[in-house]
Design a protein around this ligand. Structure first.
Ligand SMILES: Cc1cc2nc3c(=O)[nH]c(=O)nc-3n(C[C@H](O)[C@H](O)[C@H](O)COP(=O)(O)OP(=O)(O)OC[C@H]3O[C@@H](n4cnc5c(N)ncnc54)[C@H](O)[C@@H]3O)c2cc1C
Length: 499
């Protein structure tokens, strides 16, 4: 496809303010076929994709399906980004990163089907535990049911929690996922910390603790780190509060793991995926983009940066990024999530009537889920350590952390929980090429001023360089669905511009 008119095309160029860089993609098209193999990196390809997570792989696949020649440059020695499986003794896999998929996330469901993998429901039979203020409650949960009753608190706590969740639910739909700064109250809400908004409403400390924990778990942040606008935007792009964060059951899983799903997607692209290629710099002129790695240079007519976006400024851009785009990326703060898992020969807690799911307000791992692979063996307990708890516990010696985590589980499930046959942790913010948990958020006050740099309805762009990642998606931000959504959207936008 070609831009509908020269004027439309220049309109896009005007948006990115790229000092003339955006013009000329159409003529580069001719140049690509007439003058291939122009430099050390080999052939001039259509599009270089920087980063081989779900966003990068989805963009590459989309462009490949439209006949574009693409090369994916991935820094790590594997693709998949924030997904990865660990293969247990016996060959079953468990997920170390993103794993749960809700029914509405149709892109992941479709991808799993296409890659020959089935989805299955997370385990939710049996009782949940709730550790709160020195008391362990045992309760049953079902879709739509909230754990508030199990807190054992006076009725006003329940009322405060319910009315606050209701107030959020009424406000977030009016915030645009693509252009949150256009809301009439955007500036006011971007200057208001979510913590202050909660503090003004809540009179009981139990309600505040509950809503803080929910924020930590659902979005990997503290209410003191984000503006009220950021919170409403999170809710908008996540389609509301996830049911599990209120004590409902977890979503579905991919049989074999989301790591395997990413591996199959990468396999489709074959040799066009190059691992071990950490991008150091991106240079563009009005015809091509050159990308430099320690293992050589590559050249294309366009490039898509699919890194975790808060790592954008670890790459040198020539010409430099416009100041608003640079500052917008610079203003992204990483959320914190660490996953810990203990493996047992069988899910023995199920025999005691426990589901293997629960919530501990005091434990390092606030949420626990039964992560046993489909088929029921071996038994796996999964814990999430999030936000400030993750920062605090990451500083401690691994033995201390492990002891505290297993102690939480043994208080509920008894002594066998202290003796797993395998135990492992995945600290995503400590990973060199990830450096964040589920995702990231903009520092308070920046949405209303710098938000437009992220492209509005379109993906961010500077000349011949575009961006895509789950954190920049226009829907399902911070989810695998968002990564695919962003990858496909950028694929469409680049394809149109290449003509
Ligand atoms: C602990 C945890 C739990 C999660 N749980 C869920 C869940 O249950 N459900 C869900 O849907 N989502 C979940 N997510 C979120 C989901 O995993 C992410 O949204 C998604 O994987 C992000 O994909 P991406 O392609 O945008 O980015 P990434 O997966 O981060 O990919 C970016 C890629 O860029 C590469 N890279 C970095 N620097 C360079 C460089 N200089 N040069 C070249 N390559 C580079 C990285 O190595 C990486 O492969 C979770 C995430 C975490 C961390």
């Amino acid at each position: 496809m070609v831009p509908s008119s020269r004027r439309d095309f220049l309109g896009v160029a005007g948006i990115v303010g790229a000092a003339g860089l955006a013009s000329g993609l159409e003529s580069a098209s001719g140049a690509a076929s007439a003058q291939p193999a122009a430099e050390a990196g080999g052939d001039l390809v259509d599009v270089l994709i920087l980063g081989g997570g779900y966003a990068g792989l989805s963009a590459a696949r989309h462009l490949r399906l439209r006949g574009r020649k693409v090369v994916v440059l991935e820094a790590n020695d594997r693709t998949g980004g924030r997904t990865r499986d660990r293969i247990l003794a016996g060959g079953r896999r468990v997920e170390l990163g993103g794993q749960y998929i809700v029914p509405d996330q149709t892109r992941v469901h479709d991808l799993a089907r296409e890659m020959g993998l089935e989805m299955y429901a997370s385990w939710n039979e049996g009782d949940w535990f709730l550790d709160f203020e020195g008391r362990t409650a045992r309760y049953r949960t079902s879709p739509g049911q909230c754990l508030v009753d199990a807190l054992g608190q006076p009725p006003e706590v329940r009322t405060e929690i319910e009315t606050t969740v209701q107030a959020l639910s009424e406000l977030y739909p009016a915030v645009s996922a693509a252009t949150p700064w256009t809301h009439p109250k955007a500036q006011e809400w971007d200057g208001l910390m979510f913590e202050s908004w909660l503090g003004d409403r809540l009179k009981t400390s139990a309600a505040l603790r509950f809503l803080t924990l929910m924020t930590n778990q659902a979005f990997s942040v503290e209410p003191s780190e984000i503006s009220f606008l950021q919170m409403l935007w999170f809710l908008k792009t996540s389609h509301g509060l996830p049911g599990w964060a209120l004590g409902g059951p977890q979503a579905d899983r991919v049989d074999g793991g989301t790591g395997l799903l990413g591996e199959r997607l990468a396999k489709l692209l074959g040799d066009d995926v190059r691992v071990g290629r950490a991008v150091r710099s991106v240079t563009q002129d009005d015809r091509t983009v050159s990308v430099d790695t320690a293992q050589g240079s590559f050249r294309a007519r366009a490039a898509v940066v699919c890194l975790p976006p808060q790592l954008t400024n670890t790459v040198r851009f020539d010409p430099p990024l416009p100041s608003d785009l640079y500052r917008a990326f610079d203003g992204l703060q990483a959320g914190m999530t660490v996953k810990v898992q203990a493996v047992y020969d069988r899910p023995f807690w199920r025999e005691l009537g426990w589901s293997g799911n629960g919530i501990a307000f005091e434990g390092p791992q606030a949420f626990t889920f039964d992560n046993t692979p489909r088929g029921g063996s071996p038994g796996v307990l999964l814990g999430f350590i999030s936000a400030d708890q993750a920062t605090k516990w990451s500083r401690l010696a691994p033995e201390l952390r492990k002891a505290a985590i297993l102690a939480t589980w043994s208080r509920v499930y008894g002594e066998p929980a202290l003796a797993p046959i395998d135990y492992f942790e995945m600290n995503w913010p400590a990973e060199t090429f990830i450096r964040c948990g589920h995702g990231c958020h903009l520092s308070p006050g920046l949405w209303s001023t710098l938000g437009p740099a992220f492209g509005g309805e379109r993906m961010p762009r500077f000349g011949r360089v575009w961006w895509a990642s789950s954190d920049l998606a226009k829907d399902w931000v911070g989810y695998l669905e968002g990564a695919i959504h962003a990858g496909e959207q950028v694929g469409r936008e680049v394809d149109v511009e290449l003509g």
